[in-house]
Write a protein that binds this ligand. Sequence first.
Ligand SMILES: [Zn+2]
Length: 589
Amino acid sequence: MHLSLYRKFRPQSFDEMVRQEHVVRILKNQIESGSVGHAYLFTGPRGTGKTTVARIFARAINCEAPVNGSPCGKCPTCLALRDGSLDVTEIDAASNNGVDQMRDLREKVQYPPVNGKYKVYIIDEVHMLTDSAFNALLKTLEEPPAHAVFILATTEPQKLPATILSRCMRLDFKLIPEEDLEKHLMRILDGIGKKYEREAVSAIARAGAGSDRDMLSIAEMCIAYSDALTYDGVTAVLGAADFHVTCGLVSALLKADAADAVGRTESILSEGKAVGVLVRNVLELLNQVLVAKTCASAEKLLSLPRELFKEVKALADGADGKAILRATEILAKTENELRYTASPRIVLETAIVRIATPSQDYDIDALLVRMNALEKELNALKQTGVPVLSTPAPTKTPALGAIKTPEPVSGPASEPAPEPKPQTEDGDLLPPPPEEPMFEEAYFSDGPDASPDRETAEAPRTAERREPPAATPASPALAAAPVIGVPKDAMTAFGMFMRTLRKTCRNGVLVTICSDLEAEFEGSLFVLFTDNETVFRSLKREEHTAALGQALSQIGISEFEVRKKGQPAEDGGIEQLKRDFKDYPIELK
Ligand SMILES: [Zn+2]
């Protein structure tokens, strides 16, 4: 019978373990001091020895004469367990994830062990259990019989309910250093009398990427490939495997199958390949595909092994030339971005999705610009204490005057002069009231009554607003947008102005420029400041002034001026404005 290297050389005692000494030491101590717990959680990447340690531990706590904390392998219990005993049960939660299995376990765990002292349940991939199965397991963990020991193993502890986590002793398994993998592999190769080159062993250990199991299965492929383990042979095996994987990803990209492409990317990265290496591999392959698509003598040019060239050619035949170029362009840009980002994986996955969804190609740069502007606005609003809202959809913008309000409306044109700001006893300025006509309930994070300061400062309105949320929690639009009026606080006004501008103005550059301005009220005059001469001149252009004026008039501001920081107001600023701005009525109060 063919046994895989991994199974054949699975450690039988703690001393044979490859690394994980921090886990082993704790478990040995517990065995030697007789203080075995009821529930353990083994976490860590795959192939790092979780199940192996669980099995050794299960035998060791039952062994009649443990040697140095490990099972002796000779006593009747050890022998019984080796041949398979009811006392040690392994459950693969990936295939038995139901509540029935857990109920069954709950029942059977009550029977005492047959051979040894403990009944051990090893539940592998425990994060795969369903919610109801977790609940059933939890009941067992809450009141375990004295003879029961549970070892839960998982690669994804974050998926476990806190109630389970809190009942387990958690032991984290770590990726195994290459050096230790090499030593382990050489020990095995020596054991089976296989000749090897040192470099070949290093290459295999590197490909194992911290996992003993992965390394040994790669070693097995290499051993099957040739008699002696040579570096060339190993790279041929590894390279080809790598090549097929990259081909799969490129194929998904060129077919615009985003889900498949992201899935493949995830799986490649989870195998331990670095983001930058993957990007280079894909770029290289895309280049080969392009050559195969366009050059008659591609086979010669590429000088790939025949089988590999066939794959490249198939990709080229099935792909659109433009799609190949587009993918190359995006990834080349991505490769560059990777140098500056702290989250390479996100950058890569964004690029992958972009390539695979050509029909919805958002301009990332445009999105970033918008996001920056929003962030700025958000911070500004947070500082004023006003509930934060994002840009409302244009269709939902209520027309001025269309909203019923509990108080007399101050029309935009009739009352431009700011009222004195409400103050506390200490003289601190209170946050301005949320008198924006465009507020929508959906944008409130805490509901209309969130700010106690506002309640005390504006008792009459708060009293008005206190009832509707309780009576009609589903339609608080009236409560949320009670009053129309000119914003009195420059920061609030600026936020409203930017939102309106973003909706009304088609000039994206202008919107971006404006988001960097500063604003102040001088009486009823709304002044926008910049310290940049170019920006200043640009804003002074007639069509830009008109756009600003239009946006401002929508939020009830009729007088405004763009000014360079540190310079006095222009003489006859309003007159200039009127000249620049003939189509809009400018009223002086
Ligand atoms: Zn024993």
